[in-house]
Design a protein around this ligand. Structure first.
Ligand SMILES: NC(=O)C1=CN([C@@H]2O[C@H](COP(=O)(O)OP(=O)(O)OC[C@H]3O[C@@H](n4cnc5c(N)ncnc54)[C@H](O)[C@@H]3O)[C@@H](O)[C@H]2O)C=CC1
Ligand SMILES: O=C(O)[C@@H]1CCC=N1
Length: 275
C-alpha cells in the first residue's frame, strides 16, 4: 500500500497510528498531518519526520486517505472546512472520533463519501490497540483493506457489519482499558492496606495483569478454565471469588458496559444531526 495518508488533528490517537505505520515500514513521505497548534506540528517533524500543515483543506487535497482524529465536538467544524476540498468523493475518510455516526460525517462532507468509522483504544499508543471498524456502503474493497492496514499498524482490527455494533465496541474495548486500570488501582490500594509498600504492590499488580492477559492469549484455554486452575478447593481464591459473586461482580460489569453503550448513543444524538 502506498497511498498518501493525511491525519487531521495530531493528538494522541493520530500519533499512535502514525507511530504504528512508520514502525511497520510505511514511507515517511506518504504520511502528512495537520494541527492548529505549532508545538504539535513541531513534535510531528521531530519525532516522525513527516510534513505537517496548519490548514486542513490544503493538506487533505494532497492525500488519498484522510483520517479524522480531532475531538468529537470539533468534527462538524472540521468536516465543513474539508467539504469544498473533497468534491470528487474519491478519497477514503477514516474517522476515529468516538460516538459520531458515519451518516452525520457523510452529511457534513456533502454526501456520497466513502467513510470507515473506527473505534480504537489507547493501547494503540504501544501498538497493542484493539479497534472495531465499520464501512459505509460507498467504501470499496480496496479502501476496506487500506483502512484495515492503517488500524492494524496499531494492533488488532476487527470489522463489524452494523454501525450500531461500534457502540458495543466502545463499551468493550474503547473504554475497556480504563476498567482494567480501575481494577488494578483497587488491587494495589488494598495490597497496601494488607501491609505491602506501594512499589511492591504496584509491581505485583502489573505483572499479575500482564501474566493473566498473556495466559488468556497464549494458553488456548478459556477464562473459566484458567480461573478454575487458580482456584484450589476451599483455598484463598475460592473465598475471593465467592465474595465477588456475592457482591454481583458480573452484574456490576454489565451495568457499567450498558452505561457506556447508552452514553455512546447519547453522544451521537447530541453531536450529530443538523442541530
Ligand atoms: N482516547 C481514547 O481512548 C480514544 C479516543 N478516540 C477518539 O480519537 C479522537 C482524538 O482523540 P485524542 O487523540 O485523544 O485527542 P487529542 O486532544 O490528543 O488530539 C486532538 C488534536 O486535534 C487538534 N485540533 C484541534 N482543533 C483542530 C482542528 N480544527 N483541525 C485539526 N486539528 C485540530 C488538537 O490540537 C490536538 O492535537 C477523538 O475523536 C476521540 O474520540 C477514539 C477511541 C479511543
Ligand atoms: O471515553 C470516551 O468517550 C472515549 C471513547 C472510548 C474511550 N474514550
Amino acid at each position: 500500500m502506498n497511498a498518501t495518508i493525511c491525519f487531521i488533528g495530531a493528538g494522541n490517537m493520530a500519533k499512535s497510528l502514525i507511530g504504528g505505520l512508520l514502525s511497520s515500514g510505511y514511507a515517511t513521505s506518504k504520511i502528512i498531518a495537520t494541527d492548529p497548534t505549532e508545538a504539535q506540528r513541531q513534535a510531528l517533524t521531530q519525532h516522525f519526520g513527516i510534513h505537517s500543515y496548519a490548514n486542513n483543506a490544503e493538506a487533505a487535497v494532497l492525500a488519498d486517505i484522510i483520517v479524522l482524529a480531532v475531538k468529537p465536538q470539533l468534527l462538524r467544524v472540521v468536516c465543513n472546512e474539508l467539504k469544498d476540498a473533497l468534491t470528487d468523493k474519491k478519497r477514503l475518510i477514516i474517522s476515529v472520533a468516538a460516538g459520531i455516526r458515519s451518516e452525520d460525517i457523510n452529511h457534513w462532507l456533502g454526501g456520497a463519501q466513502p467513510i470507515v468509522r473506527t473505534m480504537p483504544n489507547t493501547p494503540a499508543l504501544i501498538q497493542t490497540g484493539a479497534s472495531g471498524l465499520y464501512a459505509n456502503p460507498a467504501v470499496s474493497t480496496d479502501q476496506k483493506s487500506q483502512a484495515e492496514h492503517i488500524m492494524r499498524a496499531a494492533g488488532l482490527a476487527v470489522w463489524v457489519d452494523e454501525e450500531d455494533q461500534l457502540d458495543t465496541v466502545t463499551a468493550l474495548s474503547g473504554s475497556g482499558p480504563a476498567y482494567y486500570f480501575l481494577f488494578m488501582e483497587a488491587m494495589e490500594e488494598y495490597a497496601q492496606t494488607l501491609g505491602l509498600d506501594a512499589k511492591t504492590a504496584h509491581l505485583l499488580t502489573m505483572q499479575t495483569a500482564l501474566g493473566a492477559a498473556k495466559m488468556v492469549m497464549e494458553s488456548h484455554q478459556d477464562c473459566q478454565t484458567l480461573r478454575a486452575n487458580v482456584t484450589s478447593p476451599n483455598g484463598t481464591t475460592e473465598r475471593a471469588i465467592q465474595h465477588f459473586e456475592a457482591a454481583g461482580l458480573k452484574q456490576t460489569v454489565g451495568g457499567a458496559m450498558q452505561a457506556a453503550y447508552d452514553r455512546a448513543k447519547q453522544l451521537a444524538d447530541e453531536l450529530g444531526g443538523d442541530a
